[in-house]
Write a protein that binds this ligand. Structure first.
Ligand code: ZN
Length: 402
C-alpha cells in the first residue's frame, strides 16, 4: 500500500528499538468528547476548545442537505464562516489527496477540519487534516463504527477494498456526538455499530491474555482499556435491544445514549488501546467479495468475523451466546446473511480467508493462524450462526433489511 504519512505509533509505544523485553502499557484517546441531543447546534462554542475560528467542513452531499443548515447556521450565529469541502464517497488516497488539494487551493489558512458523517468520511477527514497540518474535529451522524475516536483511518481502494490503515500522531482534537442525529438515522447503522462494539471485548481480551499480544498503538494493553472493552460489550448486551427500539421510534432515551457511547467512545478506545485481532482480520477478508462489500456495513462484517474468531479460539459457548444476541438484534449470524454462498463463492471466499489469516492482526492470537484453521473456523461459525437463527428467528434481521 502506498502511504503519504510515515507516522506509526508502533515503534514509539513498543520501544522496539530498545532492549526492553516487554513493551510498556499505553493508552490514547480523543482530547475531548461530548455527547447529547441537538449538540450540532452548539458546535461553534466547542470550537473555542480546539481552538478554531476558521474551520473547513468536510461532508457528503447528502450530509450537507440533511445537516448543512443546522451546522453552518449554528456556526454563523457565532460569526464563524466555514468553508465546505464535499466528501466524494470513498476513504481512498485518490479522494484524500483531491480534498486536501482542493482545500489548499482555497488559499485560506484553515485552523481545523470538521468532518461530519459516517465512518469513511470521518476517516478520510482525519487524513485530510493531517495533510493540512490542522486539528480534526469529528461529528458522527451515525453510530455505525468506532472510527470517530481513533488516531487511525482505514484506507480503501477506489473500488472499496480495505487496504490497511494510516496512523496519526494526534487523536481527534474534539469529538461531538449529536444523539438526536443518531436517533433519526436508519437503525441498521446503530446495529452495525453494535457488531463492531461487541467484537471489542473479545479482541481486546485475546490481546491482553496473550503475552505477545499488542494494542493497535504497539504497547501492551492497559487494564483501563480492558475495563472499557468489557463495559463496551456489556452495554450492548444490556441495552442493545432497547436502544434499537428507541432508534426505530426516532427518540433519544438513556438506553440509546449508553449504546451510542459504547459504539463510539468505548469501542474506539477499546479497539485502539486494547487491540484488534481475528474478528477484524476476517471482516477485512469479506471486503474482497463484491456482494459482501457492496451490500453490508463494516460492523455487520465484523459480527460474522467475531463469530469466526470465537470458533477459531474454540470458545463455542460464547460463540453460541454471541450468535443468539446477533440474531435478536438483527446482525448477520451466518454467511448467507452477508450474501455469501459457501458453494458458489467457495474459491473466492477461501482466498479471502487466506488473506485474513496472513494479516498482522492475527499475530495477536495465542496460536498459529493458518488459511486452513481460519477456513474451518468460518464454516463452524456459519453452522453455529444458522442454528442460532433457527432457534431465535430472523425477524430482527429482516426488519433491518426490509
Ligand atoms: Zn471496526
Amino acid at each position: 500500500m502506498t502511504t503519504n504519512n510515515d507516522f506509526s505509533p508502533k515503534p514509539l509505544f513498543s520501544l522496539a528499538d530498545t532492549d526492553r523485553q516487554t513493551p510498556p502499557t499505553g493508552l490514547i484517546a480523543p482530547a475531548r468528547y461530548v455527547q447529547g441531543p441537538d449538540l450540532l447546534d452548539h458546535l461553534g462554542r466547542f470550537l473555542a476548545l480546539v481552538p478554531s475560528t476558521r474551520p473547513a467542513v468536510y461532508i457528503s452531499p447528502g450530509g450537507l442537505r440533511r445537516h448543512g443548515e443546522q451546522l453552518l447556521g449554528g456556526l454563523r450565529a457565532l460569526q464563524i464562516e466555514a468553508a465546505v469541502e464535499i466528501f466524494e464517497g470513498e476513504c481512498s488516497y485518490t479522494e484524500i489527496e483531491r480534498a486536501a488539494s482542493s482545500l489548499r487551493a482555497k488559499g485560506t489558512p484553515f485552523d481545523s477540519l470538521i468532518a461530519v458523517g459516517g465512518g469513511k468520511c470521518l476517516d478520510a477527514g482525519k487524513c485530510v487534516a493531517v495533510r493540512l497540518e490542522i486539528p480534526v474535529v469529528i461529528c458522527p451522524t451515525i453510530a455505525s463504527t468506532d472510527a470517530p475516536c481513533s488516531a487511525l483511518s482505514v484506507i480503501y481502494s477506489d473500488e472499496g477494498i480495505a487496504q490497511g490503515g494510516e496512523s496519526f500522531p494526534d487523536s481527534p482534537a474534539f469529538v461531538l456526538v449529536d444523539s438526536q442525529l443518531i436517533a433519526a438515522a436508519p437503525v441498521r447503522y446503530l446495529v452495525a455499530g453494535m457488531g463492531d462494539a461487541l467484537a471489542t471485548r473479545y479482541e481486546a481480551r485475546t490481546c491482553y491474555r496473550n503475552p505477545a499480544g499488542r494494542a493497535v498503538i504497539g504497547g501492551r494493553p492497559t487494564i483501563a482499556a480492558q475495563a472499557i472493552a468489557e463495559l463496551c460489550a456489556q452495554t450492548v448486551f444490556d441495552d442493545g435491544i432497547a436502544a434499537a427500539e428507541a432508534n426505530y421510534r426516532g427518540e433519544v432515551d438513556p438506553a440509546l445514549e449508553r449504546v451510542i457511547e459504547a459504539n463510539t467512545l468505548l469501542s474506539g478506545i477499546g479497539f485502539e488501546s486494547g487491540g484488534v485481532t481475528a474478528a477484524h482480520a476476517v471482516a477485512m477478508g469479506f471486503t474482497r467479495l463484491p456482494a459482501a462489500r457492496e451490500g453490508y456495513l463494516h460492523g455487520e462484517m465484523v459480527a460474522m468475523g467475531l463469530l469466526t474468531q470465537l470458533a477459531l479460539e474454540k470458545t463455542v459457548d460464547e460463540c453460541e451466546q454471541v450468535a443468539r444476541f446477533c440474531a435478536e438484534i438483527g446482525l448477520p449470524t451466518h454467511l448467507a446473511q452477508l450474501s455469501i454462498d459457501t458453494t458458489a463463492d467457495g474459491p473466492a471466499l477461501q482466498e479471502a480467508m487466506a488473506h485474513s489469516a496472513a494479516t498482522p492482526l492475527m499475530d495477536n492470537e495465542p496460536f498459529e493462524v493458518t488459511p486452513e484453521n481460519t477456513w474451518a473456523a468460518l464454516l463452524h461459525a456459519d453452522e453455529i450462526g444458522r442454528a442460532a437463527t433457527a432457534s431465535v428467528g430472523d425477524q430482527a434481521y429482516r426488519r433491518l433489511h426490509a
